[in-house]
Design a binder for this molecule. Structure first.
Ligand code: BV8
Ligand code: ZN
Length: 252
């Protein structure tokens, strides 16, 4: 593993543009269950992809609301882990570093990452399901059994996340795809590589000649196209990687 970490550090140090794509795995060591992990407790009998959809919200807005309020409680109890801090450190060690996340938590920002591109939105923001007016949630609404009504048009308020079957914000997708096309190295951290169009980004980078480095305890679709698969937990591998880049910078 040491040689692999050093190989990756050399590629990051030499890169003029680095893109990092993260998935739910980077938050796993903060105690936030990954998206594909079986849902726990009373949510175990529900399919996350079904709840995270306009159809699911249409069918039972109260159920979807309570699921998101449960996840919001988990996020509020979570803190950034060493993997998040290492990515914030790497951003300062690389010439240009763009962090693109599929996650809807704010752990990257809490760890000090400045610019974070959220492909799937944020669970900390809420908006109206029809007129998209931003909505500030009151404590009472946080604890309610069903979503509040929009103050402007009266339709239901929802989390400002991208559901399955909904398009991602085109400006965010365009910026992420351009960066993937133009980078010399792409770090892919903690994603199963199953959800599109996010999962397209490592393929775009690979085709454009970038070195793709996958960090995951399990092999998967990304590790099979990666130039280097660093098998293990991001909370352990990323601090070692950031430390190796820092040493190389200090001794350059
Ligand atoms: C769209 C917000 C156009 C909500 C999310 C058939 C084929 C291909 C595509 C499709 C298809 N049918 C439908 C589609 C399109 C669909 C899609 O890709 N479906 C997949 C499931 C097949 N995509 C969409 O619908 C997207 N929109 O395409 O628009 C369109 C328009 C109309 C009609 C059709 C298409 C919208 C996708 C966005 C969905 N919203 N989140 C919410 O969070 O509630 S996605 C959701 O999954 C989360 O954001 C999550 O981040 C994301 C991806 O999952 P991962 O991050 O990879 O997490 P996962 O649990 O899967 O894996 C965790 C990984 O971590 C694992 O690999 C694990 O090994 C690893 N790990 C664990 N511990 C650690 C670790 N790694 C490191 N360290 C550790 N300690
Ligand atoms: Zn409205």
């Amino acid at each position: 593993m040491r040689e692999d970490i050093d190989w990756a550090a050399r590629r990051l140090e030499a890169a003029s543009r680095v893109v990092c794509l993260t998935g739910a795995g980077v938050s796993a060591e903060s105690g936030v269950p990954t998206f594909r992990d079986a849902q726990t407790g009373l949510w175990s009998r529900f399919d996350a992809e079904e709840l995270a959809s306009p159809e699911g919200f249409e069918r039972d807005p109260g159920l979807v609301w309570r699921w998101y309020m449960w996840r919001l409680d988990q996020l509020k109890a979570a803190a950034p882990n060493p993997g998040h801090f290492a990515l914030a450190q790497l951003a300062g060690l690389c010439e240009r570093f763009l962090l693109v996340t599929q996650n809807v938590d704010s752990l990257h920002e809490q760890a000090g990452s400045g610019e974070v591109l959220h492909l799937h939105g944020s669970l900390l923001h809420f908006r109206c399901n029809s007129c998209a007016a931003p909505h500030h949630l009151t404590g009472e609404q946080r604890r309610a059994e069903s979503p509040p009504a929009c103050g402007l048009c009266g339709d239901l308020v929802r989390p400002d996340v991208v559901w399955f079957g909904e398009s991602l914000p085109w400006d965010v997708v365009e910026e992420a795809a351009d960066a993937a096309q133009g980078c010399d190295a792409m770090l892919v951290i903690g994603t199963s590589g199953l959800v599109y169009p996010a999962a397209q980004l490592p393929l775009i980078a690979k085709r454009a000649g970038a070195a793709v480095i996958d960090v995951n305890p399990e092999p998967g679709p990304i590790s099979s196209i990666a130039d280097l698969f660093l098998q293990g937990k991001s909370g352990e591998i990323l601090p070692a990687l950031a430390g190796s880049v820092a040493d190389r910078r200090a001794n350059a």
